[in-house]
Design a protein. Structure first.
Length: 306
């Protein structure tokens, strides 16, 4: 673990190479090109190694019937960012939902969540926000994944990538007057941060994302730091038994939000811990996951993002 933030992420989850001159060599460039092609084809398929084994008996599978799926790449600052896109087939002027993954990246569960939104009439977009740092699907342990990939992802990079995804949506059938964002774990924290970054977002739903942390060069602020100035209404869905996200940190976030005018609120599930929505993991709590999903959809629609 590099710092306090990484340790918190780990606790909540467990219970283009350069040559000597600093420039990218041709072999490395070709490897990166091949890797991007692989990610484009594999995005939303299978599961990250660190997330295995999968609990197949509880895993939900949303049909793609009537949907148009696309695995595309959006150029951001010279980097091709893979995105899983899904929408109702043949539809335009759709509300847009950004789906931000856990640390495991855009694997089958995140693609399934995106399909759930598409079945409700959304243009759902799930970008690979770790592509510059590494392939999140390949690391065998959570600790290694956090150390080698997640801990190296700058917030500013994530904000630019999400901005670019919305710019793409604007030109491809999305209605930017009706945009929401939701995310899980790592993506839950990003949901708070992007809602502060882009006040044009209508609403956000943050699932058990970290709220407090140690400031550093890559993450100079955390949700508690932006709460008072937040304008976008965010619904926080959290578990009281989460060992990595304390009830005290939720109370601190609520106190900070009370100083502002975003009307953001929390719903804390007493019988759940971390990742209670993740139906492919042992942490899944069916009743709370279903209630949280219902609350998520209602929140987005009530606040103009549906």
């Amino acid at each position: 673990m590099h710092n306090q933030n990484d340790r918190a992420e780990f606790n909540s989850l467990t219970g283009a190479s350069l040559d000597s001159t600093g420039t990218q060599n041709k072999a490395s460039s070709q490897q990166d090109s091949n890797r991007r092609q692989f990610l484009q084809s594999a995005l939303g398929v299978g599961f990250a190694a660190a997330a295995l084994p999968v609990c197949a008996q509880t895993m939900l599978r949303t049909p793609a019937t009537g949907l148009s799926e696309q695995r595309l790449q959006i150029e951001v600052d010279g980097q091709a960012v893979p995105v899983y896109s899904v929408r109702p087939e043949g539809k335009q002027n759709l509300p847009v939902i950004l789906v931000v993954s856990e640390i495991f990246g855009v694997h089958e569960h995140i693609a399934d969540v995106a399909r759930r939104f598409a079945q409700l009439g959304y243009l759902a977009l799930a970008p690979d926000l770790f592509v510059r740092q590494g392939d999140a699907s390949k690391y065998a342990s959570v600790a290694e994944l956090i150390k080698e990939v997640i801990a190296k992802v700058p917030d500013a990079q994530v904000m630019r990538d999400l901005d670019a995804v919305l710019a793409w949506a604007d030109k491809h059938g999305g209605d930017l007057k009706r945009v929401g964002i939701t995310g899980f774990c790592w993506g839950g924290r990003i949901t708070w941060m992007y809602a502060a970054h882009n006040p044009a977002i209508k609403a956000g739903v943050a699932w058990y994302g970290r709220l407090v942390g140690e400031a550093n060069a890559l993450s100079p602020q955390h949700p508690v730091d932006i709460a008072a100035a937040l304008k976008v209404p965010v619904l926080g869905l959290y578990g009281a038994k989460d060992t990595g996200i304390s009830l005290d940190s939720i109370a601190k976030m609520e106190a900070a939000l009370a100083k502002g005018s975003s009307h953001s609120i929390f719903k804390v599930y007493e019988n759940s811990g971390h990742a209670f929505h993740a139906d492919y993991r042992p942490s899944y709590v069916e009743a709370d996951a279903k209630d949280g999903w219902k609350a998520c959809v209602a929140w987005l629609k009530a606040n103009g993002a549906g």
